[in-house]
Each structure stands twice: as C-alpha cells, then as structure tokens.
Design a protein around this ligand. Structure first.
Ligand code: SF4
Length: 694
C-alpha cells in the first residue's frame, strides 16, 4: 500500500527497473520500499534496492565545483568548460572533443548531451559506458530486425514453458526478475536452462546447466539451428518473414559444436528441450555481450528464434536484459557514438536531415559513427582528443586496459568530470569537477529492459551546489553560443521535445515512437505512470513483430551466416588461465553508492578470485591465500577462493573494487582492449592471466 506522502520513483541500479516508494523522514533520510503498483516488480526489491535508504547523505559528496582542486563558483566553472571546448573545436575541429557518459544518466540528461555533441558541436564523439554493457545486442538487433527493437517483455517470462539463460547470472544481477521467473516456475512448472561457463547462483534449481567453453556460444546456437532444421521445426511462414535462412543454415552445418566442450548427452537434452517447447524465451546478458564475437552471439540466438517463428508471440522470443537502469533510454535517445536519436541512423542522409532540421542545428550532423569507448580513450591517449567530459562513470577503473586509460585521462589537456563525488580514480584526474545531483535528488525518466519508461522523481534537495546533469550540460551549451536551443526550464520540456522528435522518427517507419506523450503538461509529466513504448495514441500493437513485419526496407528479418570465433586472447604457458569477470549480488559498479550500506558489504566484503581446487593444489595455495594475478596489461592481488563453480583452467573475479583497495584489485587492468568488430564492445570476460602465490 502506498500512502499520500510516498513519492513514486525507480531503483537506480539494474535494468529490471523496479518501482520504489520513497518516504522522506524530514531529517534528510528516506524510507524506501517496493512499489506494489509498478509492473516490473509488483512491490519486490532485492538486497540492493532494499538498502537504498542507507546510501544517502552528503558525506563524501562533491558539494561545489572545483577547478584544479580549488573550490570555484558555478559561473567560473561553466565558463571555463565552455571556453575550453570552444577553443579546442576552433583550433582542432569538432572531433577533437568527446563526451563519455553513463547508463546512470536519465533520458533527459542523455538527450541534452547527445543534442549538444551531435547537433551543435557537429561530432559523433559521444559514447557511454553502456558500450561495455549491451552494445553487442544493439548491433545484433539492428542486423536482424533493422532497428534496435527489444521484442520481449517481462510478461513473457510469466508465460514461457522454457526459459534459457545465456551468459546471465540473473539471480545476482537481476534478482527481482529471477524471483519472478522462480514464481512462474512454481506456478506453471517453467523449465530453466542456464548456459554459462561458471556454475552460478542462477544454476541452483535449474533443470540443466551447460558449462560451455568461454566464448563458444555461436557454435552452440549454430548446432541448435542445425537441429531445428534436421528435426523439421523450421517455421512454415519463414519465406514470408525472414531472409538469409539457407546461408545461415549452411554456416551452422559447417561449424564445430565440439568447441563448446559439452558432452553429447547434454547437447541432445538441450536441443530436445528447446526445439520441443513452443513457448521458449532465450534471455541473454553480459556473457553474450561482453565478447569479441558478441554481436554474432546475439544473432546466433536470434537466428534460432527467427527460424522457428518463436518471436512476437506471448511467452516466446529472444530477450536481452540490460545491466544499467537507463541503458535502454540511452539507446533510444542516441547516446551511443553510432546512433542518432530515436533509433534513426547516423549514416542515413534523410534521417540526418530530419534531425538536423528538427534541432535547427547550426552545423552538419556527423555522417559517420564517432569514437566508441575503447577507441575514444585511445584517441585521448594519443592526443587527438583535446577536451574530454566524463559524466557519472569511472573509466579509470572500468575500462579494459584500465591503467592505460587512467594514463590517457591524466595526459589529456582538459578533463571535466561531473559526478556525485570527487573521490573516484577518474575524478582525481580531472581539471574541473562539477557536482551533480544524484538519485532521489533529480527528476526524469528511465527505460528498463522491457521498454517500460518510468519516472525517477526527486524526494530530497540536492546537497551543496549540486545540480541536475541536464541543467549543467545545457548551461555549458548556452555559454558555447546556443542559448535558445538549450533553454529548457524543466525536465518535462526536454521530454516533450524528445517525444516530438520521436514523431519524426516514426515518419520514417522507425519503431521508437512516443509521440502521444509530446503534449504532456507539467502535471501530466509529474504523474506519468510506467508506460511501455510505443505510445502513439493510436491502437498500439500489443507487441513488436506479432504481424511478421520487421524494420528492414523489405519488411523482413535477416538471419545471418555465423561461424564460431575464439576469444581474442589465447592462453599460453605464461598466461594459462582464462579470466571471467562479473558482478556480485550486493554491490553495484565501483561501489560509489552500495559501499555506503554496511549490510551490503556483509555478503562479500573483499575482492576475491575463484579458482578450481585442482588448480589451487597445483599452485600449492593454502585456503584463503593471497594471489598475484597478472595479464599482458596489468597486475592485481586477490584472495583466492577454492571452488569447483569454475572449471579447471578458468578463474573468476568481481568487477567492483577500485584503486582505493589495498592492494589494488582493479580487475579491468587485466582486461585487454580487444573488442567486437561490429559493436565495439570490449571482451571483458575472456582475458588470459597467470596466477601465482603472493
Ligand atoms: Fe534495483 Fe535491480 Fe534490485 Fe530491482 S532487481 S531492486 S532494479 S537492483
């Protein structure tokens, strides 16, 4: 039950997008509980969401702008930022500047950043840490469907008879969705298959766990496609809705399922289950995305659903679950270097002209993708980027080859960081620090994994001089000379502009259309309930692709011919272990917020390395020993945990700890900057390392 004093908002962590009820206590604190009326969670929260109220307070917050470590006023700081970016653009061109933003941004923040960089600066050098999260899914969707359309919804998990989780530790990374799946299982006997090199908490109670070799997902789903054909389960409607089947099947038949390392009985059980269950949802996450063949992995999954026609219908389809609270909103608003707003295409002349006209842009919009995250920081390192603005993210810890990224940021002529704290590995390298408002202090919208747009609402005043991100960026844009185009007075004004732009996208037949929200007045925006897009005001289709029409010019989906590629880094006598990385249940990203709640650290309180007991014996490790882990790019120290949850030759480490940990456990120093050639997403789960006693 909610009370009249409750403020409805959304959890700021994972892409499940749970609704929360916030009750200010009048002393700067908040009671937080699940919103029973939110369709994502129906009142449930996980440990992180439940502890949100303990993560608030102004301790450690950045309260004023700082220039060169000294406190400054907003005018001075904003003028300096605007002047430095203007000078760099005048002297070196628009591609000499870059924004690196975050899936923590609200959609309105993202809209302003994207409009400023692509529309007014005239560069596509804006990328987001969502590049590290799910950009392979974006690429896979666009290749198969013609747009980045997520066809699935959470209700499909309620209605499926089989849910296959690929590269997803749903129990820890999307806990409320996992609880929802377990509830469905109890209700209707849903079968669950987990495909993951590691035995995770998600495997508890699963019907089958396929511990495939790291990076071999394409070979597995190629085998499934071949079996779909061999057993006569290809959709009879295929020719009307899909192209590319013959080539995809030929590639599948030529691929070698042996690289998965799976035994024939498990393979046969999996194929029989998948093929024999009409209502099958294949959920995939970072184990698929964070790979040098991530886009192909996504398309290998989509191939199987397209071949069987198991898409666009209740209880079936491929379903990407996103990591961050607004990774989806960032995709929709064009926050990636290779996207235009509202699922329009940067490379399409007509799309660019339409967006340029809508924005009344003073310069031509870029006609090619900008620098994606890895290449952006390489450009910072080699001096091509003269001014860099980093917003709500900590690339000195989270980017692959993190030591090189930290060095690049340190050497960049001008670095601005907007964040809630000045005490991160990245913020300490900034020339200018701008204090940003955070969750529960700022207002806007986010989109969760199943396309539901929800409001985040302010319940507390921002401390000190902290401001919302959209306002900071708009004020810099205005100081760069674009006063009218960035003259919004509220988040609602930005949202209305965005919704109007979606009508332009819809006129090109794009999927993202929220034009019916373009007339929301302030009270209407204030009261906006969770709303799944499209929102056209017409008779919106219940689900995408139900009519068999896709967004390629011929209206058909594309199946792709795919072949397994091994991870980029190869094990060797010097680096004999394959390093997997991931989240733990009770921490989030680099723990800026979650470390403030002591009970969250009670779960797993220090960085660790999971290693198989046989490998530990070979290394003469005693239980709890510290180990040095080294790769071609870096070196860290972890406490070893012996467990057969990882296979011999594989190790696992969590991503959360930063340079503040002594000794350092910055796992991304170990990760090479290899990436998927289509999506640009780094391969974060397949580094090669040595392990030695410390
Ligand atoms: Fe927040 Fe995700 Fe937990 Fe929901 S499942 S409460 S969105 S962290």
């Amino acid at each position: 039950m909610s009370t009249p004093c409750d403020i409805r908002s959304t959890c700021p962590y994972c892409g499940v997008g749970c609704g929360v009820l916030l009750s200010p206590d009048g002393a700067g604190g908040l009671a937080v509980r699940g919103d029973p009326e939110h369709p994502a969670n129906h009142g449930r929260l996980c440990s992180k969401g439940t502890a949100l109220g303990e993560t608030l307070g102004s301790d450690g917050r950045l309260l004023t702008p700082r220039i060169g470590g000294q406190t400054a006023d907003w005018d001075t700081a904003l003028n300096l930022v605007a002047g430095k970016f203007t000078d760099a653009i005048a002297e070196h061109g628009p591609d000499s500047v870059a924004f690196y933003v975050s899936g923590q941004l609200l959609t309105e923040d993202y809209y302003v950043a994207n409009k400023l960089m692509k529309g007014f600066i005239g560069s596509a050098n804006i990328d987001t840490n969502s590049r590290l999260c799910m950009s392979s899914t974006v690429a896979g969707h666009k290749r198969a469907f013609g747009t980045d359309t997520v066809p699935g919804t959470y209700e499909d998990l309620d209605q499926a008879d089989l849910v296959v989780l690929v590269g997803s530790n749903l129990a820890w990374c999307h806990p409320v969705l996992h609880q929802r799946l377990l509830a469905a299982r109890q209700r209707r006997g849903t079968r669950i298959v987990v495909i993951d090199p590691r035995r995770t908490a998600t495997c508890d109670g699963a019907d089958l766990h396929l511990a495939l070799a790291p990076g071999s997902d394409v070979a597995l789903f190629n085998h499934l496609l071949a079996e779909i054909d061999r057993t006569g389960h290809v959709s009879t409607d295929l020719a009307a809705t899909v192209t590319g089947f013959e080539a995809a099947l030929a590639a599948a038949l030529a691929d070698d399922v042996g690289v998965t390392g799976l035994n024939p009985d498990d393979l046969a059980t999996f194929c029989k289950l998948w093929i024999g269950t009409e209502r099958v949802v294949t959920v995939f996450s970072q184990g698929v995305n964070q790979s040098s063949s991530g886009s192909d992995k996504v398309n290998a999954i989509l191939n199987c659903h397209l071949a069987t026609g198991r898409i666009g219908k209740p209880g079936m389809g491929p379903f990407s679950v996103t990591g961050q609270p607004n990774a989806m909103g960032g995709r929709e608003v064009g926050g990636l270097a290779n996207m235009l707003a509202c699922h329009l295409d940067l490379e399409n002349t007509s799309h660019r002209a339409a967006v340029s006209g809508f924005w009344d842009a003073p310069v031509p919009l870029p006609d090619a993708p900008g620098l994606k995250a890895v290449d952006m920081f390489r450009a910072v390192g080699d001096g091509r980027i003269k001014a860099l603005w980093i917003v709500h993210t900590n690339p000195a810890v989270t980017m692959p080859d993190a030591d090189a990224v930290a060095d690049a940021i340190a050497a960049c002529p001008f670095v601005v960081v907007s964040d809630i704290t000045g005490d991160t590995d990245t913020a300490r390298l900034a020339d200018v620090l701008l204090p940003a408002a955070c969750w529960a202090e700022k207002s806007g919208t986010v989109t969760n994994s199943d396309r539901t747009i929800s409001r985040q609402r302010a319940a507390l005043p921002a401390p000190g001089a902290a401001r919302p991100d959209w306002r900071i960026m708009a004020q810099v844009a205005q100081r760069m000379g674009w006063r009218d185009a960035f003259d919004w007075q509220s988040e609602a004004e930005i949202f209305r502009e965005y919704a109007r732009l979606s009508a332009v996208a819809a006129s090109f037949g794009r999927d993202f259309d929220i034009s019916a929200l373009a007339d929301l007045d302030e009270p209407g925006y204030g009261a906006l309930p969770p709303t799944r897009w499209p929102v056209t005001g017409r008779d919106d289709a219940e689900r995408f692709f139900a009519d068999g029409r896709y967004f390629h010019p011929d209206g058909k989906a594309r199946m792709l011919p795919l072949t397994h590629r091994a991870p980029a880094a190869r094990t060797s006598p010097k680096y004999p272990f394959r390093l997997n990385t991931g989240r733990i249940r009770d921490q989030w990203h680099t723990m800026t917020r979650t470390a403030r709640a002591p009970r969250l650290s009670a779960h797993l309180g220090e960085p660790f390395l999971d290693i198989h007991p046989d490998d530990a014996a070979d290394l003469n490790l005693i239980p709890g020993a510290l180990v040095t882990v080294a790769s071609p790019t870096g070196r860290t120290i972890f406490r070893a945990r012996q467990t057969d949850a990882v296979a011999p030759g594989q190790v696992f480490a969590p991503i959360h700890w930063t340079g503040d940990t002594a000794p350092s456990a910055r796992v991304d120093t170990l990760i090479p900057a290899a990436y998927d050639p289509v999506s640009g997403q780094p391969e974060s789960k397949a580094a090669v390392v040595s392990v030695t006693p410390f």
